[in-house]
Design a protein around this ligand. Structure first.
Ligand code: NOJ
Length: 557
């Protein structure tokens, strides 16, 4: 598919161009799940025009950049993570011109734009896979085992459930770590490398400021594709190095991409980045993805999966900061995304905890990703009927949100705290379209309906309902992001722990002290300063502060 641009002018430039300490080191980046953000044409599916129209909202929220999930030509077997043409926009989401317009508008507003790149697999509708000769060279085909090749080549399981292999009508098998419609590419073939570098240049030429690298830990498989010999592979993902995940060979690819990104950025006086979606078993192995010659950021899923307990949070924060500091990188915090149960629901169905967790995250040194709707305190939707489900894992009997990694499976979660709370763990419940305004669905999402039904009781959660209400979650996010901008050094500066009672965390940052009460009841302590911002009303009497249960407070010191 060829799509034309009508804009005559050269690629738009990102705000604040040029080399500096690294804009990404402390950026707050907002994830736009395009299909559920804003719909401009009434088909019930969010699109690029809808997203562009809402960019002023994001500017006003106070984020630095947006990450757009895949909007490329795709049969949508996995929400667009099955790409048939990496250089075309799917008609569901608009045109290439719409993408260009969105990038220009974002830059005019001072927002950077990150797009997804999906290098582990393509769609089975990709022209390479459609051509049997090309397919054989560029994907992972193997003969089957058994007398007549009727058994899969090894015991690997798809993240979405069932075997990771599908037999073709020619009799051989191809590997798909995800759905059968997502065949894995053969990264031993140099043509695959060349093509992905060309795809990156295509989007960089259009002005994007970086890439979120999907399954950044998956492209290289262990030589010989050895069996794992374990019946419950889903539970091993992210818990140990597997023959298909977190192989050391992936780092050579990231080093090549870093050279490309730096070379491109230097030529234009910009900093363009890569962020790894990588599930690594330890903070140390995750840090390998952000060594100085690799990607810039890597989502910290160990923080996302931490239970709401002071000791556990403190150890994951310490381990993460130590690991990334050892390679000179910032830590990239995240609490929610389109693959996991929304953190309001995951943290015990408690909006109080979710608000506190967010203030904690935004007080930590490093960058942070926000997932659309968390600024509204949206819960996971847990009563979706089967007939509206779209998550391919739901249809393959896979595990809960297994695409993202471990700890999202409510049954196998080690403590049932950090991960529990979804309907059944599949991923549609966190992808319900956003409520913008009004009393009834689709709450201003667009002029038509919404591709997943929105709850009937969301009128109080809309952007319009929360705007201007100082007690709302939206205004809490706005205030936190504004303070983060105003306090120099908060993003990337030093952090040290301060003494605190059991169940409470306290730490200092340049210009503030942050307290987090993870207990379900008030805790009194000597007031550490003047409250600047709190996730719940905090009182100070006679120099004693009462921290409400499940709260986080930023104190001026
Ligand atoms: C991670 C993406 O976030 C998820 O949505 C997708 O299903 C898998 N990668 C496969 O591309």
């Amino acid at each position: 598919m060829t799509q034309e641009l009508t804009s005559p002018s050269p690629a738009p430039q990102a705000p604040g161009t040029g080399r500096g300490p690294g804009w990404w080191r402390d950026a707050v980046i907002y994830q736009v799940y395009v299909r559920s953000f804003a719909d401009s044409d009434g088909d019930g599916i969010g699109d690029l025009r809808g997203a562009r129209e809402r960019l002023p909202y994001l500017k006003d929220l106070g984020v630095d950049a947006v990450w757009l999930t895949p909007f490329y030509a795709s049969p949508q077997a996995d929400g667009g993570y099955d790409v048939a043409d990496y250089r075309a926009v799917d008609p569901l989401f608009g045109t290439l011109q719409d993408a260009d317009d969105l990038i220009r508008t974002a830059h005019d507003l001072g927002l950077r734009v990150i797009v997804d790149i999906v290098p582990n697999h393509t769609s089975d509708r990709h022209p390479w896979f459609q051509d049997p000769e090309l397919a054989r060279q560029r994907y992972l085909f193997r003969p089957g085992k058994g007398e007549s090749g009727e058994l899969p080549p090894n015991d690997w399981e798809s993240v979405f459930g069932g075997p990771a292999w599908t037999r073709t009508d020619r009799g051989d098998w191809y590997l798909h770590l995800f759905a059968p419609e997502q065949p894995d590419l053969n990264w031993d073939n140099p043509e695959v490398h060349t093509e992905f570098e060309a795809i990156m240049r295509f989007w960089l030429d259009l002005g994007v400021d970086g890439f979120r690298v999907d399954v950044a830990h998956g492209m290289i498989k262990a030589p010989g594709l050895p069996d794992i010999g374990h019946g419950a592979q889903a539970q091993l993902i992210g818990a140990q190095v597997l023959p298909f995940f977190d192989q050391d060979g992936v780092h050579a690819i990231h080093r090549a991409w870093r050279r490309l990104l730096d070379g491109y950025g230097d030529a234009l006086g910009r900093q363009v980045i890569g962020v790894a979606e990588a599930w690594a078993p330890t903070a140390e192995r995750l840090a390998l993805y952000v060594r100085p010659d690799e990607l810039h950021q890597a989502f910290n899923f160990q923080f996302l999966n931490a239970p709401w307990q002071a000791d556990a949070l403190r150890s994951v924060i310490d381990a993460s900061l130590a690991a990334t500091a050892s390679v000179g990188a910032p830590t990239t915090w995240v609490l929610s995304n389109h693959d996991v149960v929304r953190h309001t629901t995951r943290l015990g169905g408690s909006l109080a905890r979710a608000r506190a967790a967010t203030l904690l995250m935004l007080a930590l040194p490093g960058s942070a990703y926000l997932y659309q709707g968390e600024e509204l305190g949206l819960p996971e939707v847990t009563d979706l009927p089967d007939e509206v489900r779209q998550d391919p894992a739901f249809f393959r009997g896979g595990r809960a949100t297994g695409a993202a990694g471990p700890g999202t499976d409510t049954e196998s979660a080690p403590d049932g705290v950090a991960t529990a709370g979804g309907q059944d763990g599949f991923r549609d419940g966190c992808r319900v379209p956003l409520p913008w305004s009004g009393e009834l669905p689709p709450y201003g999402f667009g002029p038509g309906g919404s591709w997943l039904p929105q709850p009937a009781d969301w009128s109080g959660l809309t952007v319009a309902a929360q705007t201007g209400d100082p007690a709302s979650t939206l205004e809490l996010y706005r205030a936190a992001l504004e303070l983060r901008r105003r306090l120099p050094g908060l993003g990337d500066g030093a952090m040290s722990w301060a003494p605190a009672p059991d169940g409470v965390l306290a730490f200092t940052r340049p210009g503030l002290l942050c307290t987090v009460n993870t207990l379900g009841h008030d805790v009194g302590l000597p007031a550490p300063g003047t409250p600047l911002l709190s996730s719940a009303p905090v009182t100070v009497d006679d120099a004693t502060a009462q921290l409400p249960g499940d709260s986080c407070t930023w104190w001026a010191i």
